[in-house]
Design a protein around this ligand. Structure first.
Ligand code: ATP
Ligand code: MG
Length: 365
């Protein structure tokens, strides 16, 4: 992936611009973690970048352009200065450094400020390398100011500490506590994006402890966060948190959360619970209760039927047997025979099922 990126840098720099790999990719590369996409920063404007690459997707509002090369997604962003208090007094003897440096100063954490140039050399203006080696998340500049500028950074700090298993620098940690109420102003959409990454991490326990220790749960409206003990599934965590009225979930997530909470109230080894909600939902609900997932899986695999299709009877058989046409009565009969077969009171054989139906539903004229 690095080779593809270096070639792309070459394409930009050969047109007379500066360009670097920056941020997450460099951080993860040093840590030996695979990245999905690569951020590039450059002094070329989005328009100039569009002229270099045949196919690209401009996101003009953000001053960036997306380019795909050999299946790798590159987000190319023009150098920016976002901090109004950053005066123009910085020495500008070397313009090249100055531009890049300004762009690095606006970035959130020192671990995200490392760059790689077209020759594959690491550029470290802000001491990010030693913070990666010491496994510390530390803001660029005054922590309180940086969180006041953008409260999303509070959650990004927790996210990086969780996913990378880093510690928060002391000043950064204290500033989070001082500014945490600003999380109230952040949209639930952005909060959820970060929380999904934290809860979905294999190190989610750490993230949850951090959120609790920093007292962020209150400002995130996560009243049940201290009840989340078992964290192997993201949707399981959201089910316990039960915040569907506040946070944006898609319909699939909503349905899962509802089913998990319904199944939570049932015995997850019970054939009807397993049949109705399936193995996944029962496993998540069971895991929240601390049940043995192997036992749940075994019970599921031992179900006589796992879906209606598994019944050894069709609607036609039933209608013929009862000498009746289609109607909503079929639904009731299906529910009834599903239950009888699941609890092994009626065998899953056409004759046995038919005998049961006739003796219970046949109306003699
Ligand atoms: P990952 O891609 O693994 O989520 P990342 O560090 O690449 O991590 P991105 O959201 O892709 O994060 O952002 C790219 C870079 O932009 C970051 O490394 C950081 O330098 C900068 N950045 C992103 N969000 C912010 C922010 N809210 N404040 C300041 N800088 C930011
Ligand atoms: Mg990134």
């Amino acid at each position: 992936m690095l080779d593809i990126a270096l070639k792309l840098l070459e394409e930009i720099t050969s047109c007379g611009f500066q360009a670097y790999i920056v941020g997450g990719f460099v951080r993860d590369y040093i840590l030996g973690i695979e990245s999905n996409d690569i951020d590039i920063n450059t002094n070329a404007t989005p328009k100039e970048i569009k002229d270099i690459f045949d196919s690209c997707l401009p996101n003009e509002d953000y001053g960036s352009v997306t380019v795909f090369k050999k299946g790798v997604r590159f987000e190319i962003t023009t150098f920016r200065k976002e901090m109004s208090y950053l005066d123009n007094r910085r020495p500008s003897q070397i313009e090249y450094i100055d531009d890049l440096y300004q762009d690095l100063l606006r970035r959130d954490f020192t671990i995200n400020t490392l760059c790689i140039n077209k020759d594959g050399e690491i550029i470290d203006f802000l001491g990010g390398r030693s913070e990666i080696d010491n496994r510390v998340v530390k803001t660029v500049g005054d922590a309180k100011t940086r969180f006041e500028e953008d409260s999303l950074r509070i959650l990004r700090a927790v996210r990086f500490a969780t996913l990378l298993d880093f510690e928060l620098d002391k000043e950064t940690r204290e500033a989070i506590i001082e500014t945490r109420e600003l999380l109230k102003n952040l949209s639930y959409y952005r909060k959820k994006e970060e929380l999904d990454k934290i809860f979905g991490s294999s190190n989610a326990d750490k993230g949850i402890s951090l959120l609790l220790d920093l007292g962020l749960d209150r400002y995130l409206d996560l009243d049940n966060l201290d009840k989340v003990t078992c964290t192997s599934s993201l949707i399981g965590v959201w089910s316990i948190l039960n915040v569907v009225d506040k946070y944006p979930f898609n319909s699939n997530e909503r349905e899962l959360i509802k089913n998990i909470n319904d199944a939570f109230l049932l015995n997850n080894l019970d054939p009807m619970a397993l049949y109705k909600y399936g193995l996944y939902v029962n496993s998540v609900a069971g895991e929240i209760k601390g049940l043995d997932i192997k036992a749940i899986t075994e019970s599921y695999n031992n179900l006589v039927i796992q879906s209606r299709r598994d019944l050894d009877i069709t609607s036609d058989d039933i209608m013929k047997g009862l000498n009746k046409g289609p109607g909503s009565y079929l639904k009731d009969i299906y529910s009834d025979i599903e239950r009888e077969v699941l609890y092994r009171r009626v065998k899953n054989e056409k004759d046995a099922i038919m005998t049961y139906i006739i003796s219970n539903y046949k109306v003699e004229n």
